[in-house]
Ligand binder design. Structure first.
Ligand SMILES: Cc1ncc(COP(=O)(O)O)c(C=O)c1O
Length: 419
């Protein structure tokens, strides 16, 4: 049966927002999604009930410990990992900077680190800094706009050697939506003895993340991209975590995963993470336990989003004034589209859309290498339009009409509202 987003949309207070007489259309999911009521309630509930730091011998403190553990269990379910392989932090960038310092201490001159040109800068620059500090050399795996728009395992192999210590790459591009073959690249990296660090920040809301199946060593995500609060998540294979010296202060735990969590966690956010996982699991139609319901949920989400992509791409193909940068079919991509409207800057397009309540991003979205690779870094970047499972077909149609009008130099006055 086809997925109907209606009952899920109804759970998001943010969708009641209006701009004048127009409903808000959130197409900025790649920059951050909205939160369902259950996430908001869980976070407010923790603060209302009374909250204390964890590990003390009294009730609210014990509750914080339970929330902390519950969030690890929840994320382990989403990633098909174990709870002792999950650590939290402020956001993906902070976690990656911290882990890169720890890994960098194990590298030396002559070692090689592979990063890609498809990545957000948070999975490029921390490794460049750590390589510089340790004397290691950075090698870039490229993607080819004339040939698939993705970093293939073959492109990665071109820069692998027996000196490669780490391959850091994205699960999916937050700029152009291309999905990488995580299992194949991981296997190629492991063949030469390198470790693998995967950025799943953009991919996580769009499909199943499975660290057991792909075999990656480390993976990061951010809960505000999958309907939760602003908290980062770090997965590390337990033996890989145990083997690594975390950058930490003396009283912090010495064992994994706690040694990777700097300072006090946001317990209200962790309560929100648990609720976000429960929300996602509620999209699943089958499965005995939460882990399998989550897989079902993410497959349903992926398939529904692919139908939105097909519709959007068919519409774009009819618009000569709009150029797509990226894969032009629904396969192999998330529903995240970087586009250009002839004769207008990206900022101008986003601003005009924003005036009629269609929220999109413009610029480089921190994907500096991607924008540089396609020659858009110095010219204001591109407009980014992103769908998630709560996006409706009628929102897609209204957005297409808005783009068509802008490309034709028309106004957006009287633009239909989504039905
Ligand atoms: C693919 C990707 N990686 C990393 C980040 C950085 O995440 P955070 O904001 O949690 O530091 C983002 C944020 O947009 C992203 O889209």
């Amino acid at each position: 049966m086809a997925f109907d987003p209606t009952p899920f949309r109804a759970q998001f207070p943010a969708f009641d927002r209006r701009l004048g007489d127009r409903p808000a259309i959130y197409l900025d999911g790649p920059g951050g999604t909205q939160a369902p009521e259950m996430v908001i309630d869980a976070m407010a509930g923790v603060l209302r009930r009374g909250i204390s730091n964890h590990d003390g011998p009294f009730a609210p403190s014990r509750e914080s410990g339970e929330i902390h553990h519950g969030a690890r269990v929840a994320m382990a379910d989403l990633f098909n990992a174990q709870p002792n392989e999950i650590a939290f932090g402020q956001n993906m960038t902070s976690l990656t900077l911290s882990v890169s310092r720890a890994l960098g201490k194990t590298w030396g001159p002559g070692d090689e680190i592979v990063v890609t040109r498809l990545d957000h800068d948070a999975n490029v620059w921390p490794w460049v800094i750590a390589a510089e500090e340790s004397g290691a050399t950075i090698r870039y795996a490229d993607f080819d706009p004339d040939n698939g728009w993705v970093v293939t395992v073959d492109r990665v192999r071109e820069v692998l050697s027996d000196r490669t210590r780490l391959v850091a790459f994205t699960h999916a591009s937050n700029a152009i939506g291309s999905i990488t073959d995580v299992a194949a690249i991981t296997a190629a990296a492991h063949e030469v003895g390198a470790q693998v660090f995967v950025d799943a920040v953009h991919y996580a809301p769009h499909g199943p993340v499975d660290v057991a199946a792909t075999g990656c060593d480390f993976l990061v995500a951010s809960s505000y991209k999958f309907f939760g609060p602003h908290t980062g998540v770090f997965y590390g294979r337990h033996e890989a975590l145990e083997a690594l010296d975390a950058v930490k202060i003396r009283p912090a735990p010495d064992d994994a995963p706690g040694k990777f969590e700097t300072g006090t966690q946001s317990f209200e956010s962790l309560a929100g993470v648990i609720a976000a996982i429960e929300y996602l699991a509620s999209l699943g139609t089958h499965g005995e336990d939460r882990r399998s319901r989550l897989r079902s949920a993410m497959e349903i989400s992926r398939d529904y989003e692919a139908s939105l992509s097909t519709r959007f791409l068919a519409g774009l193909a009819e618009m000569p004034g709009v150029t797509l940068y990226g894969i032009d079919t629904a396969a192999g991509r998330t529903p995240t589209f970087a586009i250009d409207v002839a004769g207008m800057s990206a900022d101008e397009v986003s601003s005009r859309l924003g005036e009629v309540g269609i929220f999109t991003w413009a610029g480089h979205y921190y994907a500096l290498e991607v924008m540089d690779r396609i020659g858009k870094l110095d010219s204001g970047g591109l407009v980014r339009i992103g769908f998630v499972h709560t996006t409706t077909t009628s929102e897609v149609d209204v957005t297409l009409e808005a783009l068509d009008r802008l490309a034709a130099g028309h106004t957006l006055d009287g633009l239909p509202v989504p039905g």
